[in-house]
Design a protein around this ligand. Structure first.
Ligand code: G3H
Length: 319
């Protein structure tokens, strides 16, 4: 992870001058996924890069130590040895960016990652009454502290949509600031739940309030809203990140989450980061994809790539 964003004093003028050109954002988002063709071998390299940026997630009522143990094993070995060997990457020790679970499963993950000899893979815990945040502030702060005490190195908090929808940005800032304190040394990702914020302007302002309050990442969604990670929203958020960096010098990461399931989508999200924020935002310390099923399709596509090369070398017809 990058150096922490210490945040800045609350300053309401950030909310008066919105530099994101919203009609341009919409036009750009419409073409982003379709106007690039990338050579096959580059695609494979990008897919491996995407793997390292995945927050491999399970956030279900029926999560158990047993399914979390499988998640941790997969996090430590996300791509088959044969595929990595064919790509001459078997010694790279590729893992996902983190595992992401409910607070009650954090201790299990810490245990299983240790057993898998990858205690370095961070455990991210959702907290603060995820996904709605509709519990008292005291409880939300306690939940953060308990997850950190159990070994979470990253905390994904949800913002108070009630404050955001009433335009109470000072309220959003103050709560996130307290959550940041409660995180201690753990990195904090702030989930905006953009599908519930009502407008692009609110998404921009929520991004700014969270970054001012010391968010290390801003994250689109919980995965539980009706609309989750979509490109127009992402463009507003990454341009807010760019603006915050230009003014303060602090680099904040970005995490789209919810509904990202195909390898092609992963490449689109990576190209968004490269084009809007630059190469530094292509690594796990500044970019994560929150996803429960994306890895399955990436592995499938990498297998096709490797098998395609083998078939071509041995003149085996592909059908
Ligand atoms: O933060 C991660 C999301 O909850 C995962 O959503 P997903 O199951 O649609 O991939």
């Amino acid at each position: 992870m990058s150096a922490r964003n210490p945040g800045v004093e609350y300053d309401s003028s950030w909310f008066d001058n919105i530099h994101v050109n919203l009609p341009a954002v919409k036009r750009r988002a419409e073409t982003l996924g379709t106007r690039r063709t990338v050579k096959k071998q580059w695609q494979a390299a990008w897919l491996l890069r995407a793997v390292t940026c995945i927050d491999l997630t399970t956030l279900a009522g029926d999560d158990t130590p047993s399914n979390v143990s499988r998640l941790c094993f997969k996090a430590a070995h996300p791509v088959g040895k044969d595929i990595l060997k064919a790509m001459e990457m078997e010694n790279e020790g590729i893992t996902v960016g983190a595992v992401c679970v409910y607070p009650n499963r954090v201790a299990d993950c810490v245990k299983y990652l240790k057993a898998a000899n990858r205690p370095d893979i961070p455990v991210a815990s959702v907290a603060t009454g995820f996904p709605t945040g509709q519990v008292p502030l005291k409880t939300r702060l306690e939940e953060i502290k308990m997850a950190v005490a159990d070994g979470a190195k990253e905390i994904d908090i949800v913002i108070n949509r009630h404050f955001a929808l009433e335009g109470n940005w000072r309220g959003v800032y103050d709560e996130v600031r307290m959550m940041r304190e409660a995180c201690g040394e753990a990195h904090m990702k702030t989930i905006l739940a953009t599908g519930e914020l009502g407008s692009m302007v609110n998404i921009y302002k929520a991004s700014m309030a969270c970054m001012m309050a010391g968010a290390d990442f801003i994250k689109t969604s919980t995965g539980k809203e009706g609309v989750n990670a979509i490109l127009p929203v992402a463009l507003v958020m990454v341009r807010a990140i760019r603006e915050f960096y230009q003014v303060t010098g602090y680099k904040v990461g970005f995490k789209p989450a919810g509904g990202i399931r195909s390898a092609k989508d992963a490449c689109t999200w990576l190209s968004l980061m490269k084009e809007e924020l630059g190469d530094e935002w292509l690594s796990p310390h500044l970019f994560r994809i929150g996803a429960s099923a994306l890895l399955i399709d990436i592995e499938r596509q990498l297998f096709h790539f490797v098998y395609g090369r083998y078939a071509a070398a041995h003149e085996i017809p592909m059908s």
